[in-house]
Design a protein around this ligand. Sequence first.
Ligand SMILES: NC(=O)c1ccc[n+]([C@@H]2O[C@H](COP(=O)([O-])OP(=O)(O)OC[C@H]3O[C@@H](n4cnc5c(N)ncnc54)[C@H](O)[C@@H]3O)[C@@H](O)[C@H]2O)c1
Ligand SMILES: O=C(O)C(=O)C[C@]1(C(=O)O)C=C[C@@H](O)C=C1
Length: 302
Amino acid sequence: MTDQPTAPSPPMFGTLAVIGPGLIGSSILRRARRDGTIAARLVACDIDPAVRQRVAELGIADRVEADPLRAAADADCVILCVPVGAIASVGARILPAMKPGAILSEVGSTKQSIIAAIAPALRPDIPFVPTHPMAGTEYSGPDAGFATLFDDRWCLLTPLEDTDPAATARIETMWHHLGARTRVMDPAHHDRVCAIVSHLPHLLAFTICGTADDLADETRSEVLDFAASGFRDFTRIAASDPVMWRDIFLNNREALLEMLARFMEDAQAMARAIRWGDEDFIVDRIERGRRIRRSLIENRQA
Ligand SMILES: NC(=O)c1ccc[n+]([C@@H]2O[C@H](COP(=O)([O-])OP(=O)(O)OC[C@H]3O[C@@H](n4cnc5c(N)ncnc54)[C@H](O)[C@@H]3O)[C@@H](O)[C@H]2O)c1
Ligand SMILES: O=C(O)C(=O)C[C@]1(C(=O)O)C=C[C@@H](O)C=C1
C-alpha cells in the first residue's frame, strides 16, 4: 500500500491582526509569515506612522492600518502587542468592532492589572486569552524583531475563569507554531513569578547603572570606563525601553515591592556576613548562584 499524499492543513486563522508591531509584534508577524500554518492573511496596526512605514517596507504584513478598528474588524484573532499601560484601552476600543467568535489576545508582561482594566469591556462572544512570551531583548521596534525569538522559550497563558477552553487551546497551538513551549497559570501567580525572574532584575540593573553613574559624577572619575563584563551584563538589561518598564513596574506594583523587600533582606544578610567575616554564608550564597546558572545552561535557558 502506498502512502497517500496528505493535503496541507489550512492555516489556523484566516486573518491575524497584530496591534503594535514592535519587537514582540513584528517577531510574531515574521514567524507567521515564514511558517504559513498560523494565518492566511496578516494585518499590522500601529499608532506611529514611522512604524507603519517600516512594517510596510519590511513586507511582514499583507495590510498595514493606522486605525485599530479597521485592523480588528475582519480579524479572526487580534493580538495586542502595545505597552502594558495601553493594552486595556486599545482592547476596549476594538472589542465592539470585532467579529463574533474572533479571539482577543495580548502579550503584556504583567497580567492582573490588564485583566482587571479590560474586564468591563469584554464580550461573551469574544474569548479573551492573555499571554506572556518569556522572550525578548533590550531592543524595541519593528527592526528589532526576528522569526526565531520565541524558539524554546516559555509562553505563559493566563485565561480568565470564563474564557472558552477551546480558545485557550487555539492560542496555545499558535504559540507552539511560533516556536514556544506553553504553560497555563493563574494571573496572580504569573505576576509574582515575573516579579522575581524578570521585573526585579530589571529594577536592579537600572538602579546599579544609576548608582555607578552618580559615583562617577561625585568623584569626577572614570569608573564607567573600567566596567568589565560583569557590569556590562547589567547595562544590557538597563538599555531596555523606558516606557515599557515604567508600565511594568507600575502595573505589578505589589508583587514587585514584595520581591524587592525580600531581596533587600537577603542583601542585608549578605552585608552582615561580609561585616562579620562569615565565610560559610558567603560561599553558600555564591554556590547557589552558580548552581542556578548551570541548571539554566543545562536546560538551554541561558
Ligand atoms: N520586550 C520584551 O522583552 C517583551 C517580552 C515579552 C512581552 N513584552 C510585552 O510586549 C509588549 C510590547 O513590547 P515590545 O518590546 O514589542 O515594545 P515595542 O516598543 O517594540 O513595540 C510596541 C509598539 O506598540 C506601538 N503602540 C504604542 N501604543 C499604541 C497604541 N495605543 N496603538 C497602537 N500601537 C501602539 C508602538 O508604536 C510600538 O511600535 C509590551 O506590553 C511588553 O510588556 C515585551
Ligand atoms: O532578554 C531580555 O532582554 C528581556 O528583558 C526579556 C524579558 C525578561 O526579563 O526575561 C523582559 C520582559 C518580558 O516581559 C519577558 C522577557
